[in-house]
Design a protein around this ligand. Structure first.
Ligand SMILES: Cc1ncc(COP(=O)(O)O)c(C=O)c1O
Length: 410
């Protein structure tokens, strides 16, 4: 296992001290990771030297055009796509998914069916529910008390009417990783489109779209060291078949076909730097960017899981602390550890941690149905600790000690 904590010095925000004078512990990554200096510099550099709109006959505009394609190429490398024109950008994942669902919806007929899951973030549910007013039927794959999808019930929902299966790669609330190859096969057998929300998985593990073969896959670069930019991968040829919302002069080809209005160019400069930051955590020298990304994400996966395992074991040993989601180590999962403390609201726990400079989210994180199914709505949902390569073993010890005091007052 490669200790990645050396990368901490690259994140200016990690130098910030908390209320008690000790460094803040950032366990809020699932809500948005911290940003390395290289990303901040790239964004500032764009405004300082290259700020321009696209398709002009002058230097800054040409540089902006090239930079946007470089951002597509970098994201293609991150997702394992060989063609940069499979990558469209947008304001965030949610906006892109609404645009996608509306475009797909215009190709469907009343009575056609879409399957969403009770495990997912609402950004891969609500865009599909919005099609119900066109007469489309949305079916909900249930979640088990273990916070895993009920695969048998899921399979039973698929029929000759199924047109779209919308599913998450990993749960942003409890870290569950879904069995996507199986769902991919079901979608193929049904002739349905597969739309994957990879927002929570992208920071933690390797994505290979040419291996998984989703029709569409979405992620968000602010979850992996970048700025607020949404990313849509579309299988080659698919975007052109969709009646996307466009202004008339807009290109009818992928990837621009899905991009409404002017993109956030400076942020795209930051996307390039974010992907290069991830790659920098790989081993030198690598023959190409994708190989370096593959190495880096292997290191990230193992490093984060070492920390997650320590955190999970520590919490498991505390009476009154209830953990949710698959056990760490027993199976594939994201390093996102969620729990409740008996008799305490998760908001109160988050507040107590926050007062000690430990930044953790509480609530349902828009995975609303999951929190309802887990029966913890009245307790204020979950307390979520999310790990990133800049977290350390010492931070886990500090967090465990703080939770122990909150849970037992010792
Ligand atoms: C799993 C998951 N999907 C979708 C989203 C929405 O992403 P965005 O904020 O880019 O719209 C989030 C954000 O937290 C998420 O965690």
């Amino acid at each position: 296992m490669k200790d990645l904590s050396y990368c901490r010095h690259e994140f200016p925000s990690l130098a910030r001290l908390g209320p008690d004078g000790s460094p803040l512990v950032y366990l809020d990554g699932p809500g948005g990771s911290q940003v390395p200096a290289s990303v901040i510099t790239a964004i500032a550099d764009y405004y300082t030297r290259r700020n321009s709109n696209t398709h002009g006959q002058f230097i800054t505009s040409r540089e902006s055009d090239a930079m946007i394609w470089s951002a597509r190429a970098h994201m293609a490398s991150l997702l394992g796509a060989s063609d940069p024109s499979t990558i469209s950008f947008g304001q965030n994942m949610t906006t892109l998914n609404f645009l996608l669902s509306q475009a797909i919806g215009r190709t469907l007929s009343p009575g056609d069916e879409i399957i969403v899951t009770d495990l997912d973030h609402d950004s891969n549910v609500a865009p599909w529910l919005a099609l119900e007013d066109r007469g489309l039927v949305v079916r909900h794959a249930p979640v088990l008390p273990t916070a895993e999808l009920d695969m048998e019930a899921f399979h039973n929902l698929i029929s000759t009417k199924t047109r779209v299966i919308a599913v998450g790669w990993a749960s942003n609330a409890v870290g569950t990783v879904n069995p996507l190859p199986t769902i991919r096969q079901w979608a193929a057998e049904a002739g349905a489109l597969m739309v994957v929300d990879a927002v929570h998985w992208a920071p933690h593990g390797l994505i290979d779209v040419e291996q998984l073969k989703p029709d569409f896959l979405l992620c968000s670069t602010y979850k992996f060291f970048g700025p607020h930019v949404g990313v849509l991968y579309a299988k080659p040829g698919l975007l052109e078949s969709l009646p996307t919302l466009r202004v008339r002069p807009q290109s009818e080809s992928a990837p621009e076909r899905m991009e409404t209005g002017t993109l956030n160019h400076a942020a795209l400069a930051g996307v390039i730097a974010a992907v290069e930051f991830i790659a920098s955590l790989g081993d030198e020298p690598a023959s190409d960017l994708r190989s370096q990304i593959r190495q880096a994400l292997t290191h990230i996966y193992h490093y984060e899981h070492e920390l997650a395992s320590k955190l999970y074991r520590g919490l498991l040993a505390m009476p009154g602390v209830k953990l949710y989601g698959p056990p760490v180590g027993a199976q594939d999962r994201a390093p996102t550890i969620s729990f409740t403390i008996a008799g305490q609201s998760s908001e109160a726990v988050a507040q107590a941690l926050g007062e000690q400079g430990i930044l953790a989210w509480d609530g349902d994180f828009y995975a609303m149905t999951l929190v309802d199914r887990l029966g913890i709505r009245n307790q204020g949902g979950l307390l979520r600790l999310g790990l990133a390569p800049y977290n350390t073993s010492g931070e886990i010890e500090r967090t465990l000690a703080a939770v122990e005091v909150i849970a037992h007052g010792i």
